[in-house]
Design a protein around this ligand. Structure first.
Ligand SMILES: O=C(O)[C@H](CS(=O)(=O)O)OP(=O)(O)O
Length: 241
């Protein structure tokens, strides 16, 4: 059986061997939830960029630039980090370049060694699980956390994915065992459990409660977000859609 393990913060990723594995990067509030929503709403591609300046420079190459630091849209950027901005196909056909506080850095730290990088969200949990079963490779779930620290929402997503995959994958890492148990104890009311999370509180201060609700929606979308070269694209179970 393939194995699944959980890396609870990008600061710990050097302790995991990513070679020949599929890495699922997760930043529930809000980067990876927003990327999945953009892809669902027909953007032509999303290019994650770790640095603000590098992302700003993408504008002259024809990209719409999305930039956020500490929950606020960065100066000179057209978009911030809200999934709601992409609804109703608002940026259909556009190439988006995006940089965020935690999520894009975590993608950057994953892509050098991994066989594949996927983008995880509650919004497409089951589709991602189905894809991982189909591929049959070892998996590392890479939680973006917050500025290097553990956070609840990304770790709970990791627990949810381990829970769905538990019959198909071996897992003996404590992160996977612990987060699976935590998710299973709280899956009946994820929202109230996560209202205690530091990140949810920080974002509430920015008046984006609707974003939080949206990011906790389960299985709204039925596709996988995958990094192909430098771009995130939509993948169905057998083909790019
Ligand atoms: O915009 C967000 O949701 C966060 C901002 S902060 O670090 O929590 O202040 O960025 P993200 O990269 O999506 O974690």
């Amino acid at each position: 059986m393939p194995k699944i393990e959980v890396c609870l913060s990008p600061e710990l990723v050097h302790l995991h061997d990513l070679k020949n594995k599929i890495v699922v990067v997760v930043d529930i509030f809000r980067a990876t939830s927003t990327m999945i929503t953009g892809l669902a709403n027909k953007v032509s591609s999303i290019t994650p960029v770790a640095g603000l300046e590098a992302c700003r420079n993408m504008k002259s190459k024809g990209y719409i630039i999305a930039g956020e630091r500490n929950g606020q849209t960065a100066e000179g950027f057209e978009l911030g980090n809200s999934p709601l901005s992409y609804l109703n196909n608002a940026y259909a056909g556009k190439k988006i370049a995006v940089t965020t506080t935690n999520g894009t850095l975590t993608i950057e730290k994953s892509k050098k060694d991994a066989a594949e990088v996927l983008i995880g969200a509650f919004l497409n949990l089951q589709a991602t699980a189905d894809y991982l079963i189909q591929q049959g490779k070892d998996v590392v779930i890479h939680c973006a956390g917050w500025k290097g620290m553990f956070n609840l929402e990304d770790s709970l997503y990791a627990g949810a994915l381990v829970s769905v995959l538990a019959n198909e994958f071996d897992f003996d890492c404590d992160g996977a065992i612990g987060m699976k148990a935590l998710f299973e104890q709280n899956q009946g009311d994820l929202k109230s459990f996560l209202s205690q999370a530091s990140h949810a509180k920080r974002l509430q201060n920015h008046n984006i409660d609707a974003d939080i609700d949206f990011c906790l929606t389960l299985d709204k979308y039925n596709f996988v977000g995958k990094l192909e070269g430098e771009e995130l694209v939509k993948v169905s179970l057998n083909k790019v859609v």
